[in-house]
Design a binder for this molecule. Sequence first.
Ligand code: FES
Length: 164
Amino acid sequence: MKLSDQFEQRFHAMINHYPTKRSVLVPSLLYAQDELGYLTDELIAEMAQRLDLTDLEIRNVISYYSMLTTQPRGKFNVQVCTNIACMLRGGEEILDHCKRKLGIGHKGTTRDGLFSLEEVECIGACSWAPAAQVNYDFHENLTPERMNEVLQDYRRKVHQQENC
Ligand code: FES
């Protein structure tokens, strides 16, 4: 497994910046996941060695953060919040709408590999509920119609990249 030079530069900058090695774990996992698509067994073993942690400690951290995954996901990971503020403002309707629209359930991935879908706990956007997060982007005050536009925008981005 080879991580990019950019990853290595970021990793060494963080290691020299933070007071403990453990502090760089989550950002390192996010950077690695951005490159690899998901957190492989090999990557986890590599991070454990670099940060003087056990594989189990790293897997416990991964299981806590919904942004991190040990399973391959679609290019765009759609995380719909159904926690209390979002639930009261239609979050479950948004999730059901995404399930129908994408033809997949919780933790599913579309056949074309474009979208994955997840029901998640609060993503910190309660004031703008109902909210969803797609990779690093937040989408707020959602309605089924607005969600259609959001999904369509991501599809359009991919088609534009393919045609460049
Ligand atoms: S409850 Fe949905 S963002 Fe907080």
